[in-house]
Design a binder for this molecule. Structure first.
Ligand code: PMP
Length: 452
């Protein structure tokens, strides 16, 4: 955007009526009272957003963990435009585009083990709902209809559907809606402890035993009532909580022992961020179901989905001969534009070795982010794949305020950061240069000092 265009956009923005738009996961009153023009974004290119005032913001979190290749890679833009010239909307029920079959085949090819059947949704939350429904229906088809219980984890984030907030463990997302929850859900303890794990580099060596809590829950509820365990391999939204070494392996063993399905919610981990195609491969553990979204098409058009082990799919295909094997689907499942964007994204991921490059970027992020140790109020630094977080001590009685202030300081310094509570998360796009990484870390350092 040139200066004249920015000036005119800024003028229009000053008159903007902010009231009708109810902003998601946003402090609406604060936003509308302060009218922050540096939080009105009108452009996105590469690793930067442009604000309505023409300011460039470095995209420290790849949008919301989704634009992992940077914004508007030419191949994706061209693919979406070309698709729009051919067909806009193609229904997903009883008909389909050949491109959707091809996309499922390509996703299956990079998924771990025999996870090779793909169901498309439009978001991570829908993917989680879908995975839970598949798990419950799978057990029912096998004659174990009593297996309906879902086990999540404290501090887990699985989107905002009823299944997701029930299995999830971020209290703020749940408490306003209680008791409207899935019945019978229980939670594993979280794996984030400052005492034993603070400042771990990559996977903490302490904490594998926390998975044994699953045995306690099995003893409490009986395996015959438990359908699935759902965890994020690496927890992103709560602020980059990294699985202890051996923890996911242990969960896998216990699930196998008791006939419980293991769901990896890979909405953030999937498609490269962990330095491999999925967290499953990065951590060496194969689940039964994987949920994905976000980076499958670089966040270009809403898309999510579930990848199932072949045996799960086969169970549905061998089930009673209904007209439809799984009564589930969304109007926009496998939207033609989303499919086109996903093909172009997969082309880039393959051709440019993106998962491996994320691994390399991750090692640089690790070295850079841990230099923030010792800065004022920093109580933990975590990293995993190409993601990192810095946790600050909360202000007494005002949890999250330091995070908000840090976010605001970031904007002043040309950084679009993401905060959750008093933790700042960073997961920049794969195209981030060494100079940009240094600028981001030094910018965060300056922000931390500014809010001290
Ligand atoms: N699961 C995980 C692990 C996520 O990180 C998110 C979003 N950050 C979701 C589910 C929900 O995805 P969406 O916002 O697309 O519904």
């Amino acid at each position: 955007m040139n200066d004249a265009a920015a000036a005119s956009a800024s003028q229009t923005a000053t008159d903007l009526n902010l009231d009708p738009y109810w902003m998601p996961f946003t402090h609406n009153r604060y936003f509308k009272q302060h009218r922050p023009l540096d939080r009105l974004l009108v452009g996105a290119q590469g690793a930067y957003y442009t604000t309505v005032e023409g300011q460039q913001l470095f995209d420290c979190l790849s949008g919301l963990w989704c634009s992992s290749l940077g914004h508007r890679p030419a191949r994706i833009v061209e693919a979406v435009k070309a698709q729009l010239d051919k067909a806009d909307y193609i229904p997903a029920f009883q008909v389909a585009s050949p491109d959707t079959f091809r996309l499922a085949e390509r996703i299956a090819a990079v998924a771990p083990g025999d996870l090779n059947r793909v169901f498309f949704t439009n978001s991570g939350s829908e993917a989680v709902d879908t995975s839970v429904k598949i798990a419950i229906a799978y057990h029912r088809l096998r004659g174990e209809a009593s297996r309906t219980r879902i086990i999540g984890r404290e501090k887990g984030y699985h989107g905002v559907g009823i299944a997701g907030i029930s299995a999830g463990g971020m209290v703020a997302n749940r408490k306003m809606f209680a008791p409207l929850m899935l019945p019978g859900v229980d939670h594993l303890p979280h794996t984030h402890t400052l005492k034993e794990m603070a400042y771990s580099r990559g996977q903490p060596s302490w904490g594998a035993h926390l998975a044994d809590e699953l045995e306690r829950l099995v003893a409490l509820h009986d395996a015959s009532t438990i359908a699935a365990v759902i965890v994020e391999p690496m927890q992103g939204s709560v602020g980059v909580v990294v699985p202890p070494q051996g923890y996911l392996q242990r969960l896998r063993e216990i699930c196998d022992k008791h006939g419980i399905l293991l769901i990896f919610d890979e909405v953030i981990c999937g498609f490269g961020r962990m330095g491999d195609w999925f967290g499953a491969q990065a951590f060496g553990v194969t689940p039964d179901l994987i949920t994905f979204a976000k980076c499958v098409n670089n966040g270009t058009v809403p898309m999510g989905g579930v990848i199932a082990r072949q045996g799960i799919y086969d169970t549905f295909m061998q089930g009673p001969d209904y007209l439809v094997e799984l009564f589930h689907g969304y109007t926009y499942s496998a939207h033609a534009l989303a499919v086109a964007a996903a093909h172009a994204t997969l082309d880039i991921l393959h051709d440019e070795g993106v998962p491996q490059r994320f691994g390399e970027l991750g090692r640089k992020i690790e070295d850079a982010v841990h230099t923030l140790k010792g800065e004022p109020n920093v109580i933990d630094i975590r990293n995993c794949g190409a993601a990192a977080a810095v946790e600050l001590a909360p202000l007494p009685g005002q949890v999250g305020l330091r995070g908000l202030r840090l976010f605001e300081e970031g904007l002043k310094r040309g950084l679009l950061l993401r905060y959750t509570g008093d933790t700042i998360a960073m997961a920049p796009p794969v195209i981030t240069t060494d100079a940009e990484l240094e600028k981001m870390i030094e910018g965060v350092r300056a922000c931390i000092r500014a809010v001290a």
